[in-house]
Design a protein around this ligand. Structure first.
Ligand SMILES: NC(=O)c1ccc[n+]([C@@H]2O[C@H](COP(=O)([O-])OP(=O)(O)OC[C@H]3O[C@@H](n4cnc5c(N)ncnc54)[C@H](OP(=O)(O)O)[C@@H]3O)[C@@H](O)[C@H]2O)c1
Length: 428
């Protein structure tokens, strides 16, 4: 039996969904008893060249052709952004159509409203493709690992920044040069701010934390630092102390308090996340029963993302057959989110200081007064009366670190604090 599907958008992801749905139609029919057929596709521009040759699928610019078509039971949204995607999804759910979306921007901010509308209308909404492209993350957290108390979710979830940091590490080039090259190659948007300022990773962390910690988590509760300030010097010093710099999205739960941070982090080369390069994504998960798990794979691209979308489609078809929705229950546990209370971590600091006797003793005194002990100190590149000092501290709480930084800023012989980044522990 055919099951009719309306597709919203036919760009990178939408094109992949058309191709993969066709390629797997027979297998899906064998598994679910229904053959998926995309009948209508909503776009803006009917004349535009599509990434896939269309056959029986009908392109339209009229929303009503899809939302008011009673035979269409499933809507796949691949438009992106908040509007019109949000209104279209809510209308589809109210019209009792199941929805699959790849839209992290929308789910991170309006996920609760969308899930609630789906529940009220007895239909499903699935969004595996919104985080990590091809990598199954949502379903393992929602289903396979539910028996665990998840204490840590830590990952590389933005391909653009990972590509830029990988290239900076390989070539020794500075951020601006690598960003320009990434834009020319199409790996970074012409406006790269959502990626390089960490917001895309923060949206994905919001979704992962909501599901992994079963908590109400808001995007504005994530403390976000992007990668614009990471320099070639930081990358080189990190390497000298056995680390690479990665933009880590990290969520942890300790004693019912959740902390959520996205920030450039020094990752020891022995850590599995250090080897996740270029456009790949990875998520490290720690559960009290399962122990440590690592999910790794292609975080974006047409077919990798379509793999997750069509996986959701198969789940929807199974649920239609069973007469269930399969939605994540809306019950969320009440937990405190305080991202300033992240656990003590080692920190990397790069400072310019006056090159004269006694300066180092003063810095050591400041750290001592804030109860921060130093693990490694490198003194480098003496020039124009200044020296560059790189310090790696032992584990330090955010409060201790802030107190040491304030005292360093007030110290006359400290000319500038260039970088402050956490250092991940080798074992995760
Ligand atoms: N690209 C990836 O690798 C990737 C990975 C994971 C998740 N995602 C998510 O997947 C979604 C789609 O991304 P994409 O890269 O496929 O985007 P894209 O290539 O820009 O495609 C967007 C499509 O949506 C259509 N569209 C945009 N605004 C519309 C409107 N107002 N009305 C009707 N159609 C409209 C466009 O139509 P026209 O072609 O006629 O302009 C286009 O076909 C986003 O939420 C994105 O975050 C993407």
């Amino acid at each position: 039996m055919d099951l009719q599907i309306g597709l919203l958008g036919c760009g990178t992801v939408g094109g992949g969904v058309v191709e993969l749905t066709r390629r797997r139609a027979e297998k899906i029919e064998a598994i679910t008893g229904r053959r998926p057929v995309i009948t209508h596709i909503l776009v803006r521009d009917l004349a535009k060249q599509r990434p896939v040759a269309l056959e029986h699928e009908q392109l339209t610019t009229r929303v009503a052709d899809i939302l008011e078509e009673p035979n269409i039971q499933v809507i796949i949204e691949t438009i992106g952004g908040i509007e019109p995607a949000k209104s279209l999804i809510l209308s589809a759910l109210k019209a009792k159509k199941h929805v699959i979306t790849a839209n992290k921007d929308l789910i991170a901010v309006h996920g609760a409203e969308i899930l609630e509308t789906a529940e009220q209308n007895g239909v499903s909404v699935f969004f595996e493709a919104a985080v990590g492209g091809a990598i199954p993350l949502i379903r393992p957290l929602k289903e396979s690992l539910t028996a665990n108390a998840i204490s840590d979710l830590k990952g590389i979830v933005n391909g653009t920044t990972n590509y830029i940091l990988s290239k900076m590490t390989e070539t020794g080039a500075d951020f601006d040069d690598v960003l320009k090259e990434a834009q020319e190659l199409g790996y970074a948007e012409s406006d790269p701010s959502s990626d390089v300022d960490g917001l895309d990773a923060a949206r994905k962390l919001t979704i992962l934390a909501t599901i992994g910690f079963h908590a109400k988590v808001r995007l504005d509760e994530v403390i976000v630092t992007g990668i614009r300030a990471v320099t070639a010097a930081d990358v080189a010093y990190a390497s000298e102390i056995g680390c690479v710099i990665k933009l880590l999205a990290a969520g942890s739960e300790r004693d019912g308090v959740i902390s959520l941070n996205v920030r450039p982090t020094l990752v020891p080369k022995a850590h599995p996340l250090a080897h996740v390069s270029d456009a790949y994504n990875a998520l490290f998960v720690r559960g009290d029963a399962a122990g440590d798990l690592m999910f790794f794979g292609r975080g974006a691209g047409s077919l990798p993302t379509a793999s997750a979308v069509v996986g959701d489609l198969i789940e929807v078809l199974r649920n239609i057959e069973l007469g269930v929705s399969g939605n994540e229950p809306l019950i969320r546990l009440q937990k405190v989110v305080n991202s300033k209370l992240s656990e003590p971590l080692k920190h990397y600091l790069r400072l310019s200081v006056e090159d004269k006797p006694g300066v180092f003793a003063k810095i050591a005194g400041i750290f001592g007064d804030s109860d921060v002990s130093m693990e490694t100190v490198l003194q480098k590149r003496v020039k124009q009366g200044g020296a560059e000092v790189v310090i790696v501290t032992h584990e330090v709480s955010p409060v201790q670190l802030e107190s040491a930084l304030l005292a360093l800023q007030a110290e006359q012989s400290v000319q500038e604090i260039h970088s402050v980044m956490p250092v991940e522990v080798a074992g995760g």
